[in-house]
Design a protein around this ligand. Sequence first.
Ligand SMILES: *Cc1c(COP(=O)(O)O)cnc(C)c1O
Ligand SMILES: *[C@@H]1O[C@H](CO)[C@@H](O)[C@H](O)[C@H]1NC(C)=O
Length: 416
Amino acid sequence: HVLVFDWSITLRPPRRSYAALAEARSILENELDGIRVAGTWKGERIITSKQGPQINVDGSRGTILNFCANNYLGLSSHPEVVQAGIDALKTYGAGLSSVRFICGTQDLHKNLEQKLAQFHEREDCILYASCFDANAGLFEVLLGPDDAVLSDELNHASIIDGIRLCRAKRLRYKHMDLSDLETKLKESQSSRVRLVVTDGVFSMDGDVAPLQGICDLAEQYGALVFIDECHATGFLGQRGRGTDELLGVMNRVHIVNSTLGKALGGAAGGYTVGPKPLIDLLRQRSRPYLFSNSLPPPVVGCATRAVELLLESNEIAQTMTAKTMRFRNKMTQAGFTISGSAHPICPVMLGDARLASVMADDMLKLGIYVIGFSYPVVPKGKARIRVQISAAHTDEDIDRCVDAFIQTGRKHGVVS
Ligand SMILES: *Cc1c(COP(=O)(O)O)cnc(C)c1O
Ligand SMILES: *[C@@H]1O[C@H](CO)[C@@H](O)[C@H](O)[C@H]1NC(C)=O
């Protein structure tokens, strides 16, 4: 018996579904018009080269300098990282066609998990297809109805979604506000497990969570501490281990989520590191881990080499700070307001949404690729251009960016 697919079914849908499709189309078009009218439409610029400090963009002549990638260490197109991906592709194939627990775990995956645990100095590590998934999987496993989660009001969308999925009591404390956190810890004293949840670094402002104060309070009230380190792993702290290293609390933060999609080669993937029983339980119960395909071997190969480079030497991680300070100091001297502290996320504060968008367009005409952010991504009246410095930028790249800001800033009356 041979199964023959009847293509005419897809070519000639029954009459009734035409009407349904037309109705759905008009509902979707209305929704899209609403987004355009609100001015929150997100376009996508098409890059025709590798990711890096210099890129080519469709419709723009010559190379342009890129200041809006999360490619903090320039590892996205590092020759050794790329070669490791090619080697893994040849040895291990394109993908596993399986989830981890059926037949989707290679020695390659175990090796990367072990290296990431070593990098963060935690007991064990579990890999996910993304950090978004890591965040979606954690809370549901760790926390039940008798527990409580205390989270910063400005945490990343993936954390907010993850928390929505769990049945624990939810308390939100004011952004980086320790006294409000203490109030919430007192309020939740009857809960079994309490987990304080914060981004290590907040991506819109480049501000660093007050982890020493958070750990002090957590210890005083018997709570656990979880941090999302997507914008810190690889370059914050002496050895690039993250916000917990920068603030001297590596042994006081219990669980860390982070991504392979930013500083660590930029391909894809996320992970959780923490106590072994937690990681073991996540492998048994975490839904995004159980029901999504294994990370492809080339992706694992690239990330493994990226982590090895950071384990072998602190040099790449340390060049980051000097580059960041060069940009921040020159911009401040020129009269711009840069928010956040010494982080490579450097938000150039402009206030007005239209100004941020027009200035970003003018910067592109000068060969500098930056993006304006406005409401609802950031609060109303706090529009900005978010510049991201990479260790791969040369001093000349940074100076060219500052010069372009001064030129466009004068044109629009932002600086004199
Ligand atoms: C980027 C980011 C994520 C998502 O990471 P992916 O691996 O790309 O899914 C999660 N949390 C924070 C704070 C991020 O900045
Ligand atoms: C961290 O990752 C785990 C899984 O890796 C996920 O279940 C959890 O929700 C994440 N937590 C946060 C706060 O992002």
